[in-house]
Design a protein around this ligand. Structure first.
Ligand code: CAA
Length: 377
C-alpha cells in the first residue's frame, strides 16, 4: 500500500519512539504490571492521544490510517501502551467529536485530545460483555440531572481516567432504545474504582471495574438524544475495532520480526534454523498472515477516511488480525524453543498480549456474528 510522505513520517516517529523509549523497560513493566505513566506523558507530547481529532479541539487532525500506523508501531513493542492510546483516540475522542455538543467538545474533548486528560469507555458489565444490550447500570432521569447506579467491568484506563463515557439504561421498557451515554467526571461523588485486575496480558495497562453509587450527572452531559446511547456505543466501537485490529497487527509484526531474526542466528544441526524447511515454512505462513492482516486493517482505516461504511470492514479486520496475531505469536514462541518461553526474549509476552485482541471490543465470535448477519441480510 502506498503511503503519503506524511504517513511515512509519523510512522517513523512512532517507530523511533517505541524502540528508544518503550523497549528499554517493557519487560519490567509487564512483570510488575506497572502503569507506563512516563511513557504516556511522552506520547502526549508527540500528539498520540488525540491523533485524529480536529486541531480546533486540540487534536492532531490526522487521518485514520496515520493513527493505525502509530498503533502498529507502538504495539509492536508495547501493546499495553497501544490499548491505552487506542481507547483515548477511537472510543473517547472520536465519540465526543462525532456526537458531542459544542459545549461538551470545548469542556471535555479539548483536554482529552491534547492529552491533558485521559478517557475511559464503560460499556461492559459483570453480566453484559458480548450481550451489550443487557445493561443493568441504570440512569434515572431526575429532570435537570440523571442518577447513575451500577458496575462497569474491565475498564481500560479505569484508575487513571479523568473522564468516563458511561453507558446506562434509562427506559428498560424500550430495550436498547432506552439506553443513554454520559460524560462522567472522575471526581464525581459516588464514583469509585475496584482493584486493578491481575491480567494474563497487556499487564501494564490499567484495567479495573468502575462502581457507580447514586452518581449525579448533569443533563447537559448526556451524549445525543434520549435513547441514543446504544447506537453511540456501537458506532464508536466500529472505529475502536480498527484500533484494536492495528494493535493485533503490531503485536504480530513484533513477534514475526523477532522470530525471523532469531531463526537466522540460532544454529541447530550445523546450520541456522531458518535453513530447516519446517522453520522456513512457519515463517512463510507467518509472513502471509501478517501481510493479509495489514491489508485488511489498512483497508478498514481507508474506508473510514474516505467516508465509506466501515462497520463490516472493521469487524473483518479485527477478526482476522486478532486470530492471525494469536497464531503468529504462538509460532514465534515455538521457533524460539526454550528461549521463547522466558521473558527476556519478548515473544512469550507478545503471545500473552495477543490473546486479549480476540476478546475485547467484541470477541472474535461477535465479529463473526456481525459479519454473518451482514452477508445473510
Ligand atoms: N454498528 C452500528 N450499529 C449496530 C452495530 C454496529 N456494528 N451492531 C449493532 N448495531 C445496532 C443495530 O442496528 C440495532 O439498532 P436498531 O435496533 O436501531 O436497528 C442495535 O444496535 C441492536 O443490535 P441487534 O438487534 O443486532 O442486537 P443484538 O443484541 O442481537 O446484537 C451486538 C448486538 C452486535 C452483539 C452488540 O451487543 C455487540 O456489539 N456486542 C459486543 C460488545 C462489545 O464490543 N464490547 C466491547 C466493550 S468496550 C471495550 O472492550 C473497550 C476497552 O476497554 C478496550
Amino acid at each position: 500500500m502506498k503511503l503519503s510522505e506524511e504517513q511515512k513520517m509519523i510512522r517513523n516517529i512512532a517507530r523511533e519512539f517505541a524502540e528508544n523509549e518503550l523497549l528499554p523497560g517493557v519487560i519490567e513493566r509487564d512483570k510488575s504490571a506497572l502503569y507506563p505513566k512516563v511513557q504516556i506523558a511522552q506520547m502526549q507530547n508527540l500528539g498520540f492521544l488525540g491523533m485524529t481529532t480536529d486541531p480546533r479541539y486540540g487534536g492532531g487532525g490526522m487521518d485514520i490510517l496515520s493513527y493505525v500506523l502509530v498503533m502498529e508501531e507502538i504495539s509492536k513493542i508495547d501493546a499495553s501502551c497501544g490499548v491505552i492510546i487506542s481507547v483515548n483516540n477511537s472510543l473517547v475522542c472520536w465519540g465526543l467529536e462525532e456526537y458531542g455538543t459544542e459545549e461538551q467538545k470545548e469542556k471535555y474533548l479539548r483536554p482529552l485530545a491534547s492529552g491533558q486528560m485521559l478517557g475511559a469507555f464503560c460499556l461492559s458489565e459483570p453480566e453484559a460483555g458480548s450481550d451489550a444490550t443487557s445493561q443493568n447500570t441504570t440512569a434515572e432521569d431526575k429532570g435537570d440531572h440523571y442518577v447513575l447506579n451500577g458496575i462497569k467491568n474491565w475498564i481500560t484506563n479505569g484508575k487513571y481516567a479523568d473522564i468516563y463515557l458511561i453507558i446506562a439504561q434509562t427506559h428498560p421498557e424500550k430495550g436498547h432504545h432506552g439506553i443513554n451515554a454520559f460524560i462522567v467526571e472522575a471526581n464525581s461523588e459516588g464514583l469509585t474504582t475496584g482493584e486493578k485486575e491481575d491480567k494474563m496480558g497487556i499487564r501494564s495497562s490499567d484495567t479495573c471495574s468502575v462502581l457507580l453509587n447514586e452518581v449525579k450527572v448533569p443533563k447537559e452531559n448526556r451524549i445525543g438524544e434520549d435513547g441514543f446511547g446504544f447506537k453511540f456505543a456501537m458506532n464508536t466501537l466500529n472505529g475502536g475495532r480498527i484500533g484494536i485490529a492495528a494493535q493485533a497487527l503490531g503485536i504480530a509484526a513484533g513477534a514475526y520480526e523477532r522470530a525471523l531474526a532469531y531463526s537466522k542466528e540460532r544454529k541447530a544441526f550445523g546450520v541456522p534454523i531458518s535453513h530447516h524447511q519446517d522453520v522456513a515454512f512457519k515463517l512463510a505462513d507467518m509472513a502471509t498472515l501478517l501481510e493479509a492482516s495489514r491489508l485488511l486493517v489498512y483497508e478498514a482505516a481507508q474506508d473510514k477516511d474516505a467516508g465509506r461504511p466501515y462497520d463490516i470492514s472493521s469487524s473483518i479486520a479485527k477478526l482476522y488480525a486478532a486470530e492471525a496475531a494469536m497464531k503468529i505469536t504462538t509460532e514465534a514462541v515455538q521457533i524460539h524453543g526454550g528461549y521463547g518461553h522466558v521473558r527476556e526474549y519478548h515473544v512469550e509476552r507478545m503471545m500473552r498480549d495477543a490473546k486479549i485482541t480476540q476478546i475485547y471490543e467484541g470477541t472474535s465470535e461477535i465479529q463473526k456474528l456481525i459479519i454473518s448477519r451482514s452477508i445473510l441480510r
